[in-house]
Design a protein around this ligand. Structure first.
Ligand SMILES: *Cc1c(COP(=O)(O)O)cnc(C)c1O
Length: 355
């Protein structure tokens, strides 16, 4: 089969999803499966459903639309605060959206009334990471306004940490979210179906906490796909960290110097490159590049080093490995590399161990 290609091991993804569902379920926390890094891939979405996850979330309407078209039977959550010009499609294709702007919520309400439906909302609360979220002091007024609106139902509150600011979802932050949830429930005499404490970064809090409080939900992407938590990128015991494999192919392999010779100016991307002198080395060129993958997020499974990349090539020091033209070279991918590969139309997606 041709390369570049990503082998997607469906059974390993399903295993990870099932383990995480059981682990978090042991303390009353339910899981939303996040599909954005795999662009709403319907084979993967199907594996999540078969693992017992019934709510799926994505940041993009196009991905949710695609999963619906593939007849994926789930409740769909829009993760990113709706783009104002997409309101109609948000109501049409998603069941729930995460929100932080009253103006947007008003537009959702109007559109839901027009489409004769009810759109559900989770209000995001800012707890210090400084991406999306309502400041806690403004929440009460917004809840009051929201519950008055037609076509809209408040079903939860949530927060998102460890994304932009790298802020840890710790006992204090989770305790604070719990107390906010409790206040909202008491003040407005309602039950919040979702108190969504965060993402894959919440693992260490969850493992160490004695009391999850009001937190009853997490939205998980990376830990399902890559088998790790995301504060320190440590593997989670019992999960597969190699569900995805990027497979590339050697297109040139020669003994050459390790340092370019001639007058040094700019490279293809406008940088002035620097190279370490390793003497004469076996330089192999792989038929894959930045148009296929975020090369900095790749780790070779063989003992070889990536020396550089251009749009269409990765150059490696093959070291002691006698790489020959036509040989396949495999890589592990981090989150950024996985995102880029799943987004690139040039990388073939191959599903293995389909359940
Ligand atoms: C991407 C995203 C998630 C999932 O994050 P992971 O680190 O992949 O678990 C959860 N919530 C929101 C709002 C997101 O944007």
């Amino acid at each position: 089969m041709t390369t570049p290609r990503i082998d997607i091991n469906i059974a390993k993804i399903a295993h990870n999803a099932k383990e995480l569902k059981e682990l978090y379920g042991s303390k009353g926390v339910r899981i939303i499966g996040v599909t954005k890094v795999v662009c709403g891939d319907s084979n993967i979405a199907d594996a999540l459903l078969k693992s017992g996850i019934s709510v799926l979330a994505d940041s993009r309407i196009a991905n949710i639309h695609r999963m619906r078209d593939a007849d994926i039977q789930a409740q769909f959550v829009l993760l990113r605060t709706p783009i104002p010009s997409q309101i109609e499609d948000v109501v049409r294709y998603t069941d729930i959206s995460l929100n932080s702007e009253l103006l947007v919520i008003k537009a959702l309400s109007k559109s839901a009334v027009k489409q004769d439906t009810t759109h559900k909302l989770i209000l995001m609360v800012e707890l210090g990471d400084l991406r999306e979220g309502i400041m806690p002091s403004d929440l009460e007024d917004i809840v009051r306004a929201v519950i008055e609106m037609d076509g809209i139902k408040l079903v939860g509150i949530g927060t998102n940490l460890a994304c932009l600011g790298g802020i840890k979802p710790d006992e204090e932050k989770m305790g604070y979210l719990s107390s906010i949830a409790r206040d909202v429930e008491e003040k407005f005499r309602l039950t919040l179906e979702f108190v969504s404490g965060g993402n894959s970064a919440n693992y260490s809090w969850f493992i160490s906490t004695e009391d999850t409080g009001m937190i009853n939900n997490l939205r998980l992407g990376e830990s399902i796909y890559l088998g790790c938590e995301t504060l320190y990128r440590k593997p989670i015991p019992g999960l597969f960290t190699d569900a995805f494999t990027l497979i590339t192919e050697v297109i040139e392999s020669k003994i050459k110097p390790s340092v370019p010779y001639g007058e040094v100016c700019q490279d293809a991307f406008g940088n002035v490159p620097e190279f370490q002198d390793r003497g004469q080395i076996r330089r192999a060129i792989l038929g894959v590049g930045l148009q296929d993958v975020l090369v900095s997020g790749l780790t070779p499974r063989l003992d070889i080093d990536i020396l550089g990349a251009s749009s269409d090539h990765i150059i490696v020091d093959a070291k002691q490995i006698g790489l020959k033209v036509g040989d396949e070279v495999e890589f592990d991918l981090n989150y950024g590399a996985l995102l880029s590969v799943m987004t690139s139309p040039y990388v073939i997606k191959k599903y293995v161990n389909v359940i």
